[in-house]
Design a protein around this ligand. Structure first.
Ligand SMILES: Cc1ncc(COP(=O)(O)O)c(C=O)c1O
Length: 466
């Protein structure tokens, strides 16, 4: 018999269902299909879910169906939905000062910058605010190019850096292909990924050493004095949540130092608590210090669009007398910055980063590894904090991906079936190619995480047999 106390149900864990106006939701759907043009999609085949309400780790669709949000939307609602302190901060800021031009100073922006630089490594004391992650990457690259007087930038395959001109060229996934003009001065390299090692490595140490040797060779062949920056997602996110092996980030830092190359860490997805640390870089090799950090998403959980670049004091010095040729009308927008101040403060006061670390260590990691023992379709479980990937394979021996790289439509059938099975059980997952990512908010409770694992196990049972 089920031990109810040890296994609370969704009804027991979820907040009360809010009242939902179904007619308004139907209208929202119809008007969406009539007038909204969606990202990264062929418009004809879309059937977007109407989200009518959300609270903490939960959301409700337009028919009042409830979902446990194991996607954090686009891996950004680190503090959960509708955190009362963040909502109140936005309301208070709106009542006081909704907007102000970037050339002026204001309290919310100054305080957000102070808090963010406090979390960054020593020697990175200034923030340039943007509206999101792509613009953060765009400006980090622009700063690196102007600071070094060089143009070329190196980035890895299996990465995503955003949709704008430089960012999409840096991206190492198929979203770049239709956008690639070949004219952005980007050279791609192979980063460490032991499960699918391109270096015939069998251990993390070998993968680290060989991936570094490959990058070193590439830098030498490209001409070190032509390279402005190397950019890395500290932990590649959408591309597969592959934590770097020991020594890799330190090795890239040393390579950059040898040649005067700027190291840009893209912490847009991995930052602000997702990995159980403020920045993912805190976990590896004693905390490697980059020259620039790109951030967005979790900085204020996307309640109001915000991103930015934290830059080293040396780069800041370059622009002490020289004009920085970049800017945005909404740089450091007061509503977004007030949301960031409240988010960072609440995360600190409520131990939310530590919660993410513990839930990963005690519940998600062990639970997902246990799931893998029962389902050979799970080739590998990777991650930390509330940042996990299940690599699904057709054959554990060959490691052939369950669906082809960049599969869509019928070719992605088993992944689509898995998503549908999760949703039927009230679980909203994040899926990319042959991977299911388990990425709930950093505020997810132990009971919610356990419930999500049970729903996931049920869905695996339905789709792949048990
Ligand atoms: C690592 C990384 N960098 C950059 C971006 C782009 O951010 P945005 O969509 O806010 O422009 C993303 C978005 O998913 C990301 O995951």
């Amino acid at each position: 018999m089920t031990n109810v106390a040890a296994h609370p149900t969704a009804d027991e864990l979820a907040p009360p269902t809010p009242s939902i106006d179904r007619a308004a939701s139907r209208r929202a759907y119809d008007e969406d299909r009539a007038h909204v043009f969606h990202s990264w999609s062929a418009q004809g085949s879309l059937t977007p879910m109407v989200v009518a309400a959300a609270q903490g780790s939960w959301l409700w669709d337009g028919d009042g169906n409830r979902f446990l949000d194991f996607s954090s939307q686009l891996v950004n609602t680190n503090i959960g939905h509708q955190h009362p302190r963040v909502v109140a901060a936005i309301q208070e800021q709106a009542a006081r000062l909704c907007t102000i031009a970037p050339q002026h100073a204001n309290e919310a922006r100054s305080e957000a910058a102070r808090l963010i630089t406090q979390l960054a490594p020593v020697g990175l004391d200034h923030v340039f605010f943007t509206n999101g992650g792509a613009e953060a990457v765009e400006n980090a690259v622009r700063m690196a190019r102007l600071h070094t007087g060089r143009r070329k930038v190196l980035s890895r395959y299996r990465s995503y850096h955003g949709h704008t001109q430089a960012a999409i060229h840096l991206t190492g996934d198929p979203r770049r292909w239709p956008n690639d003009s070949g004219a952005e001065g980007v050279v791609h390299f192979v980063g460490p990924f032991l499960y699918r090692s391109q270096f015939h490595a069998t251990t993390e140490a070998e993968e680290s050493e060989r991936a570094l040797a490959h990058l070193t060779h590439l830098v030498e062949m490209e001409g070190p004095a032509t390279i402005a920056a190397i950019i890395l997602e500290t932990i590649p996110g959408t591309a597969g949540i592959m934590p770097p092996p020991p020594g890799y980030l330190a090795g890239v830092r040393a390579l950059c130092d040898r040649h005067g190359i700027m190291l840009i860490l893209d912490e847009v997805m991995a930052g602000f608590g997702r990995t159980g640390a403020w920045f993912a870089r805190d976990h590896f090799d004693g905390g490697v210090t980059p020259d620039l950090i790109a951030f967005a998403k979790g900085v204020n959980s996307g309640y109001v669009p915000l991103g930015g670049v934290v830059l080293s004091n040396a780069i800041h010095e370059t622009f002490r007398e020289r004009v920085y040729p970049g800017g945005l009308t909404y740089s450091g927008h007061p509503l977004a910055c007030a949301a960031a101040v409240a988010t960072i403060s609440a995360m600190r006061d409520e131990g939310i980063v530590d919660n993410a670390r513990r839930v990963g260590q005690d519940v998600l990691g062990p639970g997902l590894r246990e799931l893998a023992t029962r389902h050979p379709v799970i080739g590998e479980v990777r991650g930390l904090g509330v940042f996990w990937a299940l690599e699904l394979v057709a054959d554990r021996g060959t490691r052939a991906p369950l669906v082809p790289y960049n599969a869509s439509g019928a070719a992605a059938g088993p992944m689509n079936d898995l998503v549908a099975a999760c949703k039927r059980r009230g679980l909203l997952p994040f899926v990319n190619m042959n991977r299911l990512h388990v990425v709930p908010p950093c505020t997810v409770t132990v009971d919610e995480a356990r419930l999500g694992l049970r729903l996931l196990a049920d869905a695996f049972g339905e789709v792949f047999g048990s």
